[in-house]
Design a protein around this ligand. Structure first.
Ligand code: ZN
Length: 307
């Protein structure tokens, strides 16, 4: 932010560059600027998530939602298994409705996953969700606890009221049996937080997400200072290799988040002049000296709600 403002002051960006007249009239329903920058389809998909009940009908939307997109396959989360079959038969229709809404043949297939109210797995989870194969295959009930351990628990629970005592002891025994059987089968702990690791993991999901969140914040802070950075310039600034997939992903994700947030503000007329400038910088990837105030205003007006 500080960098940006100092650039603005130094350059007097209002009068620098000759106007470009290609922006056209305000209020077009298809944002040509997004299209030029290949952001239109992802943006429409983002909107589709929000407008799902409108697209598919309230009744169906009650039990389903757009969970994700994998290349050109849309993943529909279904809350209720009865609806899985129903929706499966309806998948052609869903694909068509989504493509109509998005405005091009963006979705090539539809996949359904049971999702939603499922409780979080207690022991561990992977990025793909819980996996049966990650549970200990032996029967936890068959594990025999050492006399020492049993005695220790008995002692530690002896001060509890009788009603709770037996239950607490049983809970501790079950917990220890699970721990032993997982260790027996080669499960390891996350070196950072101690949670159980899924097979093949070296650091647990939570710690990985924490890392990602931290990096995302760095990327966000940098792009807010210099929204015009191209991917190459960005990689250079942040010291990442050109093939660092996480940083490339975060670069695109942060840009998209920022652009959508700003467009939303403009759409509901709650934007400030700084918001409009930021949007122009993000979308065009021009520096403040290369943009005129007309350019900025015209661009913002494209996203205003039509009266
Ligand atoms: Zn961890």
């Amino acid at each position: 932010m500080i960098v940006l403002l100092s650039v603005l002051n130094k350059a007097g960006w209002l009068s620098m560059v000759k106007r470009t007249h290609e922006m056209g009239k305000a209020g077009l329903s298809i944002p040509a600027v997004l299209k030029e920058n290949k952001l239109l389809t992802p943006y429409r998909f983002f909107q589709a998530k929000r407008d799902w009940p409108q697209i598919i009908g309230k009744q169906i939307a009650k039990y389903s939602y757009i969970k994700d997109i994998d290349k050109n396959c849309v993943i529909i989360g279904v809350l209720n298994s009865i609806w899985m079959n129903q929706l499966f038969m309806y998948s052609q229709e869903i694909q068509k409705k989504l493509n109509d809404y998005i405005g091009e043949e963006f979705i090539h297939s539809v996949r359904f996953v049971r999702s939603g109210k499922k409780p979080a797995p207690v022991v561990y989870e992977t990025l793909d969700g819980e996996e049966e194969s990650d549970y200990p295959s032996g029967r936890i009930g068959d594990v025999v606890l050492s006399d020492d351990y049993v005695q220790t628990v008995r002692q530690e629970t002896s001060h509890l009221p009788e009603r709770i005592r037996e239950k607490m002891a049983a809970l501790r025994f079950a917990q220890e049996k699970r721990r032993l059987s997982m260790e027996e089968e080669g499960f390891r702990h996350c070196p950072r937080c101690g949670r159980w690791l899924a097979r093949g993991e070296t650091v647990c999901l939570f710690c990985r997400l924490e890392d990602r969140q931290h990096k995302k914040k760095l990327v966000h802070d940098l792009l807010i200072q210099m929204p015009w950075l191209s991917l190459d310039q960005f990689a250079h600034e942040i010291g990442a290799g050109r093939s660092d997939r996480l940083y490339i992903e975060l670069y695109n994700e942060v840009r998209r988040d920022c652009i959508y947030k700003l467009i939303e503000r403009i759409h509901y007329d709650s934007d400030t002049p700084e918001d409009d400038l930021f949007l122009a910088l993000f979308i065009t990837r021009k520096t403040p000296v290369e943009l005129t105030d007309d350019h900025v205003r015209n661009l913002a007006n494209r996203y205003r709600k039509k009266e």
